[in-house]
Design a protein around this ligand. Structure first.
Ligand SMILES: Nc1ccn([C@@H]2O[C@H](COP(=O)(O)OP(=O)(O)OP(=O)(O)O)[C@@H](O)[C@H]2O)c(=O)n1
Ligand SMILES: C[C@](O)(CO)[C@H](O)COP(=O)(O)O
Length: 236
């Protein structure tokens, strides 16, 4: 029997969204980015890490694009799960259920958006090291850099909010399989926009692991230009 110290690491990429804010002809995870479908870049980073044992990609049961591409370079590490849900949290929860027979309860799962293609190897390693040393786990995140305004419904400023202690959550978010699955089951009636929110609701305090804005989420059309620039000028 393995102990918690011997836990393996697995990655889960939710990729069942529509990319409605991107407004493209196909879901944004399949839009061309530096000559590849966007999801390729997240997959390459995670599957390329010797510390990650297997990568699970969750796509929609109705996905009509995945099979258009050749994924053979990832064959030894890749599993595709056609169990995406109507919101991100459902896709993640369904993926966790589907992979349950292949992972141990205390194995770590790194949930990473298909729409964050610029994750660097250094950021990934930092998360693995720091969150892996925390009893709960943690997530990449970035301290808020701008002054924060709270607006009324007519977009006039009500107040300037203190930004001390505020961080923007990114992915990967890394938690034990059993804890994350339990947390997402408990949140069934509310919509957590990230995994950490569900873990927090159990009373735990995930660790914030400092990242930078190169790991941003591609959401709007102009984000594609920035992502391409970063991918064409990698740090590592
Ligand atoms: N039902 C959903 C919704 C989102 N995602 C995934 O969650 C990640 C982050 O979500 P987001 O950037 O919001 O993607 P979309 O939901 O596709 O975009 P939008 O909200 O603009 O429609 C993406 O990899 C997306 O594919 C998912 O797996 N299942
Ligand atoms: C998980 C996430 O990427 C953390 O920033 C984010 O919450 C997902 O984005 P969404 O637009 O809320 O789906």
């Amino acid at each position: 029997m393995r102990t918690a110290n011997m836990a393996d690491h697995y990655a889960l990429i939710p990729a069942a969204g529509n990319g409605s804010r991107m407004g493209g002809k196909r879901p944004k995870q399949y839009l061309d980015l530096a000559g590849k479908p966007m999801i390729y870049h997240a997959l390459r980073r995670l599957a390329g890490s010797p510390r990650i044992r297997r990568v699970y990609v969750v796509i929609s049961p109705a996905d009509a694009y995945w099979d258009d591409y050749d994924w053979r370079e990832f064959a030894s590490k890749l599993s595709v799960l056609r169990c995406g849900g109507s919101i991100r949290a459902d896709s993640v929860r369904n993926g966790l259920v589907a992979m349950a027979s292949e992972v141990a309860e205390n194995d770590w799962v790194l949930v990473h958006d298909a729409a964050r293609p610029c994750l660097s190897a250094a950021q990934l390693d930092r998360l693995l090291d720091e969150a892996g040393s925390d009893p709960v786990g943690g997530l990449l995140a970035m301290p808020v850099a701008d002054t924060l305004k709270r607006a009324d419904t007519s977009r006039h400023v009500c107040t300037t909010e203190p930004r001390e202690g505020l961080w923007q959550a990114q992915t990967p978010q890394m938690f034990r399989h059993v804890m994350l699955l339990h947390a997402l089951h408990q949140m069934r009636d509310t919509v957590p926009t990230d995994e950490a929110r569900a873990i927090e609701a159990l009373g735990h305090r995930p660790l914030l692991v400092a990242a930078d804005n190169s790991n941003f989420k591609v959401t709007y059309p102009r984000d594609l230009y920035l992502a391409r620039l970063i991918l064409e000028n990698p740090d590592d």
